[in-house]
Design a protein around this ligand. Structure first.
Ligand SMILES: [Fe+2]
Ligand SMILES: [Fe+2]
Length: 465
């Protein structure tokens, strides 16, 4: 598995990197907080990728890039500001990409870019151009993003390549009036060989008249880029024309909705929860994951897997679960076992899909852990508790308090919020509490969807504060 060096000064960002990397990727990684630390890590091990803040306390801006380049690494820059100066130095400095820090999804964006760089190793691009200089410039940019690059300097050579290498996903043809390549002919012949889905064709052109650009598209090109173009635009078009890579291949977990419903019905049946509790938990979890900075794909996985949080209760005796009186110490010990039993069950059920299974296991096993380390089953402390479990733990309590249960009345929103804020930093992750409370209207909307009590009306505006 590829190894990543993260160079970041800010402690909170480092922690967030750590947990999101662990939750959503298989990369192994080290974190350096200074130039000197980065230098010594690079000296000791080999890294395929690096994510780097360029403003380090012990080095001039940009010095870290030179260091990484010495180790043949083209980093992803993670920065507050991206000004023109910086962007000018971009190409000579071998920077693969950049992400601005100023939005809550920035870390997930970095992870997706990393994942993409890793995936690109299996993607082959064919560059067709008879001008060597320009071709090598494009080649350099593609290689920096880890693409495998083949090149051809004539149409016949290009067609030969397409016949030999079935895996070519994208053909970039550089059209200029002085070259000897008949672009239209090449597109036609390439199309005869491969369908529009299997091979994407992008033409680079300085022709801006719509007649020629339209004719490229008509003959089978998928897209064109007008010269001159910026690197950002070049990459954007390339990625639009290669198969997308997300941390999770699609927003869906691949489990059919029926199976998830079945699980939720089974747990609810024994659990004596209100019938829509699990569906609400799923929606709240999705929402909180989004607020925390996950993209749709990851937040969906957390939301869907939250359905399974109490799946272990299937293995706890019904008589204990449904006991109306105070539980004895022994009985409580039995109930606590639903966490590890849930984990074991998911382990078996998700053999085929370990990546998603891991998140489901995190949730089932750790949704009763507490931020201050006094929860169960392991007494994990603070960020040791996986993020997906911290999310579910908060919304699970919220939903239990705000609704009626066999053992209690529904609480008023004010009391619920008071409880949650009072337990910020002891039971719950303070960051999540802040996001939750600031966006309470959105969570209330989910509640209302399943609620007949129309007095809980309102509207919602997301705030990622
Ligand atoms: Fe539980
Ligand atoms: Fe629950």
């Amino acid at each position: 598995m590829a190894k990543v060096l993260i160079i970041e000064v800010d402690e909170a960002l480092c922690q967030k990197f750590q947990e999101l990397m662990r939750t959503f990727t298989d990369f192994s990684f080290d974190i350096a907080r200074t130039y000197v630390e980065a230098d010594s890590y690079l000296d000791r091990s080999r890294y395929e990728f690096a994510i780097a803040e360029t403003d380090l306390p012990d080095a001039m801006r940009g010095k870290i890039i030179a260091l990484l380049n010495r180790y043949n690494i083209s980093p992803i820059i993670f920065t507050d500001t991206f000004d023109a100066d910086f962007s000018d130095g971009f190409e000579s400095a071998n920077i693969a990409d950049y992400v601005l820090k100023n939005h809550p999804e920035s870390i997930i964006e970095v992870l997706e870019k990393l994942k993409r760089l890793e995936h690109n190793r299996n993607k082959t691009v064919l560059l067709v151009d008879d001008a060597t200089l320009y071709r090598s410039y494009l080649q350099q940019n593609l290689v920096m993003h880890n693409f495998r690059v083949l090149s051809a300097s004539s149409d016949s050579e290009a067609l030969k390549r397409l016949q030999v290498h079935f895996g070519i996903e994208l053909m970039i043809v550089n059209f200029h009036s002085s070259n000897n390549i008949d672009v239209i002919e090449l597109i036609k012949k390439a199309r005869a060989l491969m369908g529009k889905k299997d091979l994407h064709i992008v033409v680079l052109t300085s022709e801006t008249d719509s007649y020629s650009t339209a004719s490229f598209l008509r003959e089978g090109a998928n897209d064109y880029i007008t010269k001159p173009f910026s690197r950002d635009e070049f990459y954007a078009r390339i990625y639009k024309n290669t198969h997308p890579v997300e941390l999770f291949e699609s927003a869906q977990t691949g489990l059919s909705q029926n199976i998830l419903n079945l699980f939720s019905e089974m747990t609810e049946f024994k659990n004596l929860e209100t019938s829509s509790h699990i569906k609400r938990i799923s929606e709240y979890s999705y929402l909180l994951a989004k607020l925390y900075g996950m993209f749709d794909g990851e937040a969906n996985v957390v939301g869907e897997m939250a359905i399974l949080h109490d799946v272990g209760k299937m293995f706890v005796p019904y008589s204990t679960l449904s006991k109306p009186d105070q539980l004895t110490v022994e009985e409580f010990e039995v109930i606590k076992q639903h966490t590890v039993m849930g984990e074991e069950f998911i382990e078996k059920a998700f053999k085929e899909n370990q990546k998603i299974g891991k998140i489901a296991k995190d949730i089932a096993k750790y949704h009763h852990e507490r931020w201050d380390g006094t929860g169960y089953p392991e007494g994990l402390l603070a960020r040791e508790i996986p993020i997906a479990a911290r999310i579910v733990s908060l919304v699970d309590v919220f939903d239990a308090l705000i609704n009626e249960r066999i053992y209690k009345e529904a609480w008023d929103l004010e009391d619920v919020l008071f409880y949650i804020e009072e337990h910020s930093g002891t039971q719950f992750d303070p960051d999540l509490v802040r996001l939750f409370v600031n966006n309470i209207e959105c969570f209330m909307n989910v509640l209302r969807k399943y609620d007949l009590d129309s007095s809980r009306n309102g509207f919602c505006r997301l705030s990622k504060e």
